[in-house]
Write a protein that binds this ligand. Sequence first.
Ligand SMILES: Cc1cc2nc3c(=O)[nH]c(=O)nc-3n(C[C@H](O)[C@H](O)[C@H](O)COP(=O)(O)OP(=O)(O)OC[C@H]3O[C@@H](n4cnc5c(N)ncnc54)[C@H](O)[C@@H]3O)c2cc1C
Length: 425
Amino acid sequence: MPRLDNGNDPETGGNSRFSDMHGHGGEWRIEKQRLRWDILEAFADAAVEAGIPRSDDFNSGDNEGVGYFEVNQKSGWRWNTSKAFLRPVLGRANLSVWTHAQVERLTFEIDDTGQKRCAGAVLRRQGQTIEVRASRELVLSAGAIGSPHILQLSGVGPASLLRGHGIEVVHELPGVGENLQDHLQIRAVFKVSHAKTLNMLASSLSGKARIALEYALRRSGPMSMSPSQLGAFSRSDAAQPYANLEFHVQPLSLDAFGEPLHRIPAITASVCNLNPTSVGTMRLRSAKAQDAPAIAPNYLSTEEDRRIAAESLRQVRKIVSQPALAKYQPVEWKPGPQFQSDEELARLAGDIASTIFHPVGTTKMGRDDDPMAVVDSRLRVRGIAGLRVVDAGIMPRITSGNTNAPTLMIAEKAAGWMIREQERP
Ligand SMILES: Cc1cc2nc3c(=O)[nH]c(=O)nc-3n(C[C@H](O)[C@H](O)[C@H](O)COP(=O)(O)OP(=O)(O)OC[C@H]3O[C@@H](n4cnc5c(N)ncnc54)[C@H](O)[C@@H]3O)c2cc1C
């Protein structure tokens, strides 16, 4: 657990602004970004001119504002859950870590009290099928796609779906794989002039060498960059009670993740609706664990989501048209200024959008009287003893912000419950 700053900690020099809202000293690391881009500074100024307040801390209770995201880094190096929580305890006698192992299904038995219990799992490793047994309980943490897939392959899920693929129903839970929610980022791209962008910097050998040198010498610059640098949280309209849009602004552009950068100077202002009402599904397509499941997010399938998509693109345009960005002569490239109506903008939003990789909800936590709930308030799978799901899939509703830190919080809570239950069963 992170401990709260008491104001005298050597790590913060007793001068931390984080004393009330932020802990420190725990396993998880959060740092300020080590970079500055003039074009992003100008975008932030333009956002202020468009009515979004400045923020130097999105995690102070009210996230509305524009500023740089904090990042999971330690002295400029990427920080992750493996480095934070796993590697420091790898030497423990009661811990074995197997990589390159795919869980294919869970196994079940009837316990002494006549209850169905998870007995373990069957997995593939180095070309071999291995069965492992759980002496106490099994924790499934394969993510919002992987966990419901494993449950369905194991006969836990919607009965008609499982029978349709010849899978014996071990326990019917209609909510497994339903209620899929995600944030859809609408990626508006603007060509700019007289601005330094990563597109141009990385297009030459000398530019690449400069980037590498800066990282090698100072652990700063583009190689220390997280996927998103400048952020903003705002309301799509004044009636919203709190910020329902999140912007990720990048000094670069590309057609899709994994594709090369464009070879023209351009920036991307992506915007997403943080409280989407569109809900999708994650369903297996065959009884074979190796076959990828069908993921149907149903983005923009509600009138409300389409309206907010159009409003959010208008807000991007409002920001980009402010005086602070004028010297960079931004020209809207995608979706394109010729598109103005709500219908066009909602359709174009779908064309230029992609997931922001925040799937949640497919093994949702819920009350006893909710037939679609998969896990209870301590993440125990309903109707099966000795089985928990601990990952982003248990969120009943998507968070109105990024999902990684909330998932760590879920894991930490679950770990606490498991320890306490062991001490006092
Ligand atoms: C490209 C990308 C960028 C992101 N950026 C951000 C960000 O900037 N900020 C933020 O807050 N969130 C971000 N996210 C989202 C964040 O990573 C997730 O919300 C978080 O990782 C969810 O944690 P999880 O434990 O539920 O699932 P995961 O982190 O996906 O962990 C599930 C694990 O289970 C393994 N697995 C799955 N199936 C099996 C199987 N059958 N057998 C064995 N292992 C299996 C997977 O390999 C994976 O290691 C990003 C995600 C992606 C993909």
